[in-house]
Design a protein around this ligand. Structure first.
Ligand SMILES: [Zn+2]
Length: 279
């Protein structure tokens, strides 16, 4: 008989296993944890720490670990990974600590869209309007309060089905290429749209490309955008709580039909909203 006695083999294995376990040290707990894991380009990221607070540097930008519970036992920072970030280990620098954070590359799909040609090459007489609207957005995005206005989890702005995901590279009418900078929700015109989190309404007005647009400032240069709306239920400057109605959906601006386009902007970078809603 060439095979070892099976019973003996199993006994050996049973004896060996606990020994191997004892030798194995648990990985040292990092002072900062994060989600999602692994991170990927385009992802929002929630850093958490029970020991560290204050300023940190992530991907060359300043972020702030602030108390996330009344007992002061947890500190968080909501940040992101720009879509153009290269895969690899990127440093999170907090105090004199440098923590390498792995970013993986995510491939986003390609989709083809047909829209009214006047949204690709807007008529000359609309140039002033488009420039004016660009300036309004620029001013709003540059003037977020340093304080944190958002609290806890972000909620979906509509309880309807998600259709087109963030990050899809799009060809419009066979030529113009761009990236889909938000997440689309199926929404028949008139569907009530709700604030994803607490904040201040900074924009509630019709725009050429976005159609009816609401922008909520959550502080810390974090904004959520709601597009193609048919009716506003809030005013600019108004404080808004999570889940409160802000508008009704529609088919205004550069669209192929009625839906809600929902975007997340962090320090000038558009990030994947679906991941935000799971953090
Ligand atoms: Zn969209």
């Amino acid at each position: 008989m060439l095979l070892p006695d099976r019973r003996e083999f199993l006994q050996l294995a049973a004896v060996a296993a606990p020994k191997a376990k004892k030798k194995q040290q648990p990985p040292p707990a990092l002072p900062v944890q994060w989600a999602p894991r692994p991170l990927f380009n385009g992802a929002p990221v929630l850093f958490r720490s029970t020991t560290l607070s204050g300023s940190a540097t992530w991907l060359g930008r300043k972020i702030e670990f602030r108390p996330a519970d009344p007992e002061g036992k947890l500190f968080t920072a909501l940040a992101g990974v720009d879509l153009a970030t290269k895969p690899g280990r990127h440093p999170l620098i907090i105090g004199d600590l440098t923590i390498p954070v792995l970013v993986q590359s995510r491939l986003y799909p390609v989709s083809r869209i047909r829209v009214d040609p006047r949204f690709l090459d807007p008529p000359k007489e609309l140039e002033d309007r488009i420039n004016r609207e660009r300036e309004i957005k620029k001013q709003v995005f540059a003037n977020s309060p340093k304080e944190r206005l958002w609290r806890g989890r972000f909620a979906a702005p509509s309880d309807t089905r998600q259709t087109s995901p963030f990050g899809a590279r799009r060809t419009y009418n066979g030529k113009t290429r761009s990236t889909h900078q938000g997440l689309d929700f199926a929404a028949a015109t008139g569907t009530v749209i709700r604030a994803a989190n607490t904040g201040i309404v900074r924009i509630a007005q019709p725009m050429y490309f976005e159609g009816g647009l609401v922008v909520i400032d959550h502080g810390e240069s974090i904004f959520t955008l709601y597009m193609h709306l048919s009716e506003f239920l809030v005013k600019e400057g108004q404080n808004i709580g999570k889940g409160e109605p802000i508008a009704k959906s529609g088919a205004t601006g550069r669209v192929t039909g009625p839906h809600l386009h929902f975007s997340l902007l962090w320090q000038g970078s558009y990030l994947e909203p679906a991941t935000l809603l799971r953090l």
